[in-house]
Design a protein around this ligand. Structure first.
Ligand code: SAH
Ligand code: SF4
Length: 420
């Protein structure tokens, strides 16, 4: 069982217990998943290797772990045969536990996962012609309570660890059968007949990652950063930062660090252009208003016309979808001179939601107004609605509650927000 009651979430809000980066296992072995190379080397030193050997072994193990997806030390063929059992008695390479896997009629896949200490969270894979996108969770639940989001009706149970975050990407590669095969560290003689010797990295299904699953990634900054560094590491999963997008509801003080320390694409859940409406539907707006948010976007390190910031805008009938809203959106994006694209998301319903989706005509009209002002504003096709895998539908079923309970939780969260 994981050791969750020991470490508070750093910095902000309530002291919610969170798993340490290394949680003790019942069998006394240490799980290496989620650890960077230097940390693995430190553990090898602690276990008895000298510094030079530890560094070499860490480099080898890191490569097998993150680049090749190997979970057994016995399969690490460039590590001496006698060394492999030494590793296996002290360490393991884990994976999040899969509780359920669902397949949508449109090809979207959703996995329900469980942490060692028994909390459920979800990840979603969305294939289309051009790319395959994995939607990754950063927290179990969410402290924020955007009124249109199902995850927002959950309490925050805890932050996910780097291993639990990068573990989602590892599991997706496992499920899609996408680990490079063969022994790329060896020169294989042409006539060896070894069919597994070819290293193939191209033609993958999983090409992009979006931090748009459960939770607010910038409220779990350190763990998300550490996990994404493993995903981007050329010796690791080797995914380009240009293929990774982090979505935030607007945690303004963390946005610059996100650009500086992670460097991925930014998506911002704007959803409304007036204080009145954004305060209601994205309540973090009461803390960091629209002007502050857009200024932080203008200052976002690395944003340019070649790397635009995505503004997500959920289309809610008679709430935020008028012509005037569309024009105000254009005015604001111009005022802050933002390299922007707008993603219009038709509202995905969930049981007990108090909103309806705007009509297709309204969405089209809104999109046209923005588009005619020279800003790209595609309408995102909902994916995986039949298995509750679409944006904002993620919520672990174990925690489903009644409408009355939802109202009570919302009121409770509201009081928490007001008290901050
Ligand atoms: N917490 C982060 C990332 C996760 S949500 C954030 O809020 O940005 C990913 C996107 O889905 C966000 O833009 C979110 O506002 C949107 N979303 C949430 N609920 C939705 C719903 N019911 N229908 C459509 N989009 C929704
Ligand atoms: Fe949390 Fe994002 Fe949902 Fe808001 S939209 S409640 S920030 S997961």
């Amino acid at each position: 069982m994981s050791d969750t009651a020991l470490m508070p979430i750093p910095g902000q809000i309530d002291p919610v217990p969170v798993a340490r980066d290394i949680t003790p296992r019942a069998d006394g072995r240490t799980d290496l998943l989620g650890l960077p190379k230097v940390r693995i080397a430190e553990l090898f030193v602690t276990a008895g290797l000298d510094a030079k050997a530890a560094k070499l072994r860490a480099k080898q193990v890191f490569h097998w772990l993150y680049h090749r997806g190997v979970t057994e030390f016995e399969a690490m063929t460039d590590i001496a045969k006698t060394m492999r059992p030494w590793l296996a008695t002290r360490f393991v390479i884990g994976r999040p536990e899969i509780i359920e896997a669902q397949h949508s009629i449109d090809g979207t896949r959703k996995w329900l996962l469980r942490t060692d200490d028994g909390h459920d969270y979800e990840m979603v894979f969305i294939p289309d012609e051009a790319r395959g996108t994995l939607c990754v969770s950063s927290q179990v639940g969410c402290t924020l309570n955007c009124t249109f989001c199902h995850t927002g009706t959950m309490r925050l149970v805890r932050n996910l660890t780097p291993g639990e975050i990068v573990g989602q990407v590892m599991l997706a590669r496992d499920a899609l059968g996408e680990w490079p095969k063969g022994r790329m560290d060896f020169v294989v003689p042409e006539d060896s007949g070894d069919e597994e010797s070819e290293y193939t990295a191209d033609g993958r299904l999983l090409t992009n990652i979006v931090m748009m699953g459960m939770g607010e990634p910038l409220y779990n900054f350190d763990n998300v950063r550490d996990a994404l560094k493993l995903v981007m590491d050329g010796d690791g999963l080797a995914l380009s930062k240009r293929r990774i997008t982090l979505s935030t509801s607007g945690v303004v003080p963390m946005m610059a660090r996100c650009g500086e320390e992670i460097g991925v694409n930014l998506a911002v859940s704007l959803h409304a252009v007036t204080k009145l409406v954004r305060d209601e539907i994205v309540p973090i707006n009461r803390k960091y208003g629209i002007e502050q948010l857009l200024q932080a976007c203008a200052d976002y390190p690395g944003a340019s016309n070649a790397r635009r910031i995505t503004f997500e805008y959920v289309m809610l009938k008679d709430k935020n979808d008028s012509d005037a809203d569309a024009r105000e959106l254009v005015r604001l994006l111009r005022l802050y001179d933002l390299p922007a694209k707008v993603n219009l998301i038709p509202f995905n319903p969930w049981p007990g939601a108090i909103y309806e989706c705007s009509t297709p005509e309204r969405v089209k009209r809104f999109s046209n107004i923005v588009f005619e002002a020279g800003i790209s504003a595609p309408v995102r096709t909902p994916r995986g609605r039949d298995i509750d895998a679409a944006c904002g539908q993620l919520k672990t079923s174990a925690q489903k509650v009644s409408r009355a309970e939802i109202d009570r939780l919302l009121a409770e969260k509201q009081a928490e927000m007001d008290a901050r």
